[in-house]
Design a protein around this ligand. Sequence first.
Ligand SMILES: *[C@@H]1O[C@H](CO)[C@@H](O)[C@H](O)[C@H]1NC(C)=O
Ligand SMILES: *[C@@H]1O[C@H](CO)[C@@H](O)[C@H](O)[C@H]1NC(C)=O
Length: 573
Amino acid sequence: MLRSKNQTWAIQVVSTGNVEGEEAEAHVRLRTLREWTPVVIRGKLLERRQAKTDTFLGMKLVTDREISLTSITPLNEVPSDIIIKQDTVFGPEQRHLQLRTDFELRNNIIKRQKAMQRARLELADQGWKEIETPILFKSTPEGAREFLVPTRAKGLAYALPQSPQQYKQILMASGFTRYYQFARCFRDEDLRADRQPEFTQLDMEMSFAAEEDIMAEIERLLRALWYRILKQKLPEKFQRMTYQEAMASYGSDKPDLRYDSKIQNITQYLPADLISKITPLSNPTIDAFKVSVSSDPKTTRKFISDFLDSPDGRPFLENPDGQPGVFVGDLTAPMQGLGPLGYQYTMEGPTDLAVEHGDLLILQARPDAPFAGGSTTLGNLRLALHRAAIAHNLLPAPAAHDYKFVWIHDFPLFSPSVDSEPGQGGTAGLSATHHPFTAPKTPADIDLLLTDPSRAIAAHYDIVVNGVELGGGSRRIHSAAVQEFIFRDVLKMRPERIEDFRHLLDVLRSGCPPHCGIALGWDRLMAVMFGRESVRDVIAFPKSGRGEDLLVKSPNRPTVEQWGTYGLEVRKA
Ligand SMILES: *[C@@H]1O[C@H](CO)[C@@H](O)[C@H](O)[C@H]1NC(C)=O
Ligand SMILES: *[C@@H]1O[C@H](CO)[C@@H](O)[C@H](O)[C@H]1NC(C)=O
């Protein structure tokens, strides 16, 4: 089989040894060549007996013609130590062979390029200007750990940008009104679930604009991408939900709305002795959700006990707030199996949680405190149980084209700092939930900066689909005084750290117009569009879970001389 250069079609080449001269020579040569050898061939195009199928390994097969070989010239060889069979699985150190032989993987890279091209067309149509910003930036405490780039000027370093945030705000003060860029960003973080140390975001900022403007632009762009690339119409307006509601009803700030089990606070219906059995907390809130796993209580009981015994179940059993309370609806049992929940619950409990034969009802305690962070234990359990039930064929898997978009808004402006994260380096025990340039939402929220900043709401919005955060943005602070006040008096950053931001403060005080923006994680967006679990399937050269490129073998160890060039030396452990 001869593949076309870009592997979109294949044609059969025939040759025989039962001839003289050039053709016999070509035949002998053909037999020595291994599959995947790049060649130039000459031959006669002949009709062939109609092929039985019109595809070959994902390529279109020419069904009615074949090439009768007259000469063949290899352009390179495939040595015998490289074995490329149809079912060979290549490791990441052979990314080129993964890409060459995996039709779907290569196709993802091509579709990614198409989506990028489409986004550029759509944005240009709306007057957005693509502007590049520097990759060699400086270290500023925005939130994530940075990569430093030492220079030959001893003791001086650039930092790679964790986002072009500051430059794009500077562009707004420079009189550009609609900036965008496919920006490469860098974060030297512990690589949690499917994060890459370098990633691409579609970065946007617009001036004389507020939240609604940017949300409308993103809805327009996503609708165009879905329509052009996936041939699917998305709704004119996306759903909206506050952070509070998302956390209370789904236990997550990126709720997966394909599963409809909603969480409810049922504390008021429960007897005190039950509460004390399921949690050591003294004044807890008890939340619950229901999921219809099966219509047979026996199947449901086996499902939940298998889940909790599995490694996936362990974190829920080890929760210091108490283990989940598990109840299975059973019409043959007294009070339908809900006896321990007490008379008041069974009479007055929320009708949404009414159980049928075989339904699973899960209770979980937590401290009665405002929400912080991205998820609750019960929210995580809700997702984990749905996934496990789908894996066991108890629930149907969501349809591939089922995209439930939702904007999450009204996030708290500040969250308690986590010591292990570099944060913004302030001493107030707070860090900005989004980043320290995010504006308070209303004048009342500005007032709260003086009295109780932890209650202030941010002009911050995230776009979420099917439990995946595609990106987030905010209206920015455009007043230098408010920005400096937040650095100094709210976050309590050290004066020398504030000086690292002096350029931004100077730019804001030059009469910068109000502006807002967003960044869409392009890798994540592509993974969602193409139905891939991992961003590695939509990036040509992704890094491993340990941040390594196993093909080129980076990062590597510079020599003593190289370190010396920068006036650096590696300390012996
Ligand atoms: C492959 O190459 C053919 C011929 O040059 C071209 O028509 C086709 O569009 C290409 N396909 C892809 C997916 O690039
Ligand atoms: C849950 O409901 C109880 C009783 O209505 C209430 O006291 C408690 O504050 C609620 N918890 C939360 C976190 O809203």
